[in-house]
Design a protein around this ligand. Sequence first.
Ligand code: AMP
Ligand code: MG
Length: 493
Amino acid sequence: MNTSQRLTLNELTLSHDYGTLPEHFYHRTEPMPLPDPKIISINPLAAELLQLNPCSLDPEHLASLMGGHQLLPGSSPLAMKYAGHQFGMYNPQLGDGRGLLLGEQAIDGQLWDWHLKGAGLTRYSRSGDGRAVLRSSIREYLVGEALTALNIPSTRALAVCITGQKIQREMVENAATIIRVTPCHIRFGHFEHFYYTRQQDALQQLVDYCIQRYFPECQESEQPCLAMFDRVVELNASMVAGWQAYGFLHGVMNTDNMSLIGETFDHGPFAFIDRWKEDAVYNHTDETGRYAFDQQPDIIHWNLSALAQALTPLEPVDDLKKVLARFPRRFKAAWLTRMRQRLGLFTEQPDDESFIKEWRSLLAQYEMDFNPLYRALSLAQSESDQPDSGLDETELLLWRTELENWLPKYQQRLALETCPAQQRRDAMLAVNPVYTLRTHVAQHIIRAAEQGDYEPLNRWLHVVQHPYQEHAGLESWKRAPQDGGFVMLSCSS
Ligand code: AMP
Ligand code: MG
């Protein structure tokens, strides 16, 4: 679609497909207006995804929507009802407490949800204020792009809007909103709600809705619900494989934060690990390390078992168990694929798993700043078959002693590859980023934004969307900070 064919906000009409489900699936309510809304960043790639022309997006109009003063034609906002397991404990009382589904936009045969996060109180707000602070809105906005650029499925956001509303967290902060865009706001917790309240008809209706909207191919199956569950297992295995390969830590993997279509969802105290640490925990409320980095695949498996449990009224338990049991194998296959890509291995060799695990142990043993190291390995690919070729790369020099035994093994492994080194180098440079959204980078951007300077935010939006190239003037942000970069993050947002 060329620019002239793209829509302006005025031309956009939302449908409400989820809103055709029965009333007890949600609660209709309108956003609560916020004072002085102001757009501080528009995401041109998300705009394009929504067939909007980023250049003709009227910031005043968008601010009016994001500040809750106006609705798009066709919009009929609603708060979804769901439940979920939080830190392993079932909580029936969840739902959209501060976000509203504004409606859906039909794009090339697929519906995309427009969700206003920070929209105000709903029936499900419990003791919350229905709002989101600027820092968490900026983090969610940027990380959606950072993950997407790493080819890890994630929800995205169209824009960030700051407002004049003051809200209390650890201190008084400005309320902000984002428009989250994704085809799916259905969480594992949606199914759990109907299961634990014994509403089997509603559960069946929800499953039918999801199959028809997200997994139409499953309609052909003799057991469509089981076929859908199988797809959900696969998609989530693939998502968490991406997290593990790039050192991404979600932070709050409660089942209400798990998307049915395997997108990274409801980003809270997430982090990209700076220096490799298998048991890293950044969320300071996660006292037992339930959601530690190395636990993530098992936790996804556990969350999938919670979803399977919720589907037991519709499918035989043994069948669900069989599908669930496919998770470890699928995760491992997806993870190996990712790791091979990062190391430039195109063929599959029998010892790959132990070779890759040895590499990861090495990263952990010396708590290496691994991203620059992958980058250096990529740049070091050359036709020379010398075991230490490319050792003049800074990062490799830095870790020369620690890598002494491993590099020759890597060279031996590369010798089994048939693809020319130049091609390998190009492929590796396309999957090993120069920049990641490190915590201290996000904090730098947030500090500036809190003082009214949105230039770093908009600069870094572009950087995280294009992380495989150098960006002038940002060289010092490529590496972990001198102090190691370990910052505990608050769940409050
Ligand atoms: P989260 O920890 O963000 O995944 O949210 C867990 C639950 O708390 C969900 O039902 C949210 O809608 C709700 N919630 C989180 N923050 C707020 C808030 N500030 N106001 C109202 N509800 C909230
Ligand atoms: Mg949540």
